[in-house]
Design a protein around this ligand. Structure first.
Ligand code: ASP
Length: 345
């Protein structure tokens, strides 16, 4: 009888103890790292120090800093994550350094066809545009699709008609001409390569898509991605960037993600959503989930590229499996991280 009493007592004691441990563990893992935070990428790929002049490195670094500081200021002032993401991406879209907006790469036919998407984590609202040719800042149009249309994704002429109805200026297509991108297309066509043979297999690919993820002071996460796609793409090819779940995803329960890399592989692996799903259903941390997708799942299908992400606690992740990724991040203390190559932090 006495031993039974002791047994009951010890069960009670241990179960209470365990409960407390569980709660403590929950408190620890739920700790807020940053009240607000922002992270961006300007593309991944064969970005090697030895191939880049000091002035080019400087130009990239300055533009990344300008973009991240703009978004950070919006968040520091109490603004919302969507505004921060759009403003940050606008700066990268307006620069010829990145494959988005002004610096969009050429299709096989010598055109520029732009894709973008944006998503809001608090209500899973999303907007996307694909194959647009006359809009300077596709991320703004993607946002308007989300906020002013009943649809998620608009394509081509219809997307531009929607833009016109919403007061967008129709930009002359010559705005998107850059000599460097044009020469790159000619090189690829000349070498008689297939559309995507300038890929990591011959070790010379540079993706230049831009993306941004932000967590605001109100606990909302937003993510956006904007791109010109891949050089020499044909047949109105659409990549992962405007596809919700592949190139962009945001959910306040887990994280926000923007991707860059070989789009077909990111579509097939539903990469951005997969990171969120690993967190939601398997309890992985953002770092673990990003690592699994970028270093395990994608490489199995030669999927090279990277992602940037922020979770609901303000943890920031920049993960890539290429020799480099243009990237920058800023936390709530205003601490800045900027990187171009591997192993910089
Ligand atoms: N992911 C983009 C695409 O496949 C390319 C890039 O990241 O630069 O369209």
């Amino acid at each position: 009888m006495r031993s039974l009493f002791l047994l009951v007592l010890s069960i009670l004691f241990f179960s209470c103890g365990n409960k407390q441990n569980t709660e403590n563990a929950a408190v620890l893992s739920d700790e807020i790292q940053n009240e607000f935070a922002i992270v961006l990428h300007g593309g991944a790929g064969t970005i090697l120090r030895e191939n880049m002049s000091d002035s080019m490195q400087n130009a990239y670094t300055q533009k990344l800093k300008e973009a991240i500081s703009t978004g950070h200021q919006i968040l520091a002032d109490g603004g919302n994550a969507l505004d921060a993401v759009a403003a940050t991406i606008n700066i990268l879209e307006d620069s010829p350094l990145f494959n988005a907006g002004k610096g969009a790469v050429f299709t096989h036919e010598g055109r520029n066809e732009l894709d973008a998407s944006i998503m809001e984590g608090k209500n899973l609202n999303a907007g996307a545009v694909a194959g647009i040719r006359r809009i300077k800042n596709p991320i703004n149009l993607a946002r308007d699709v989300m906020e002013k249309s009943p649809h998620v994704m608009l394509y081509g002429n219809g997307a531009e008609e929607f833009a016109r109805e919403n007061g967008y200026e129709m930009t002359d297509t010559s705005y998107f001409f850059t000599q460097e991108n044009y020469d790159r297309l000619q090189r690829i066509i000349h070498q008689n390569k297939t559309a995507f043979s300038e890929t990591p297999e011959n070790n010379n690919y540079k993706y230049g898509t831009v993306g941004c993820v932000a967590l605001d002071k109100h606990g909302n996460i937003a993510a956006g991605t904007s791109t010109g796609g891949m050089t020499n793409k044909r047949w109105n090819r659409i990549g992962d960037s405007p596809i919700i779940g592949a190139g962009t995803y945001a959910n306040n329960l887990t994280c926000g993600v923007s991707a860059t890399g070989w789009g077909e592989k990111f579509i097939r692996s539903v990469a951005a959503y997969d990171i969120s799903a690993l967190m939601e259903y398997k309890g992985l941390s953002l770092q673990e989930a990003a690592h699994e997708v970028i270093h395990n799942k994608l490489p199995k299908m030669q999927g090279d590229g990277g992602i940037i992400a922020i979770d609901k606690y303000g943890n920031i992740v920049m993960e890539f499996n290429t020799p480099g990724m243009y990237r920058a991040a800023m936390n709530d203390k205003g601490e800045l991280t900027v990187g171009l190559f591997e192993n910089e932090e």
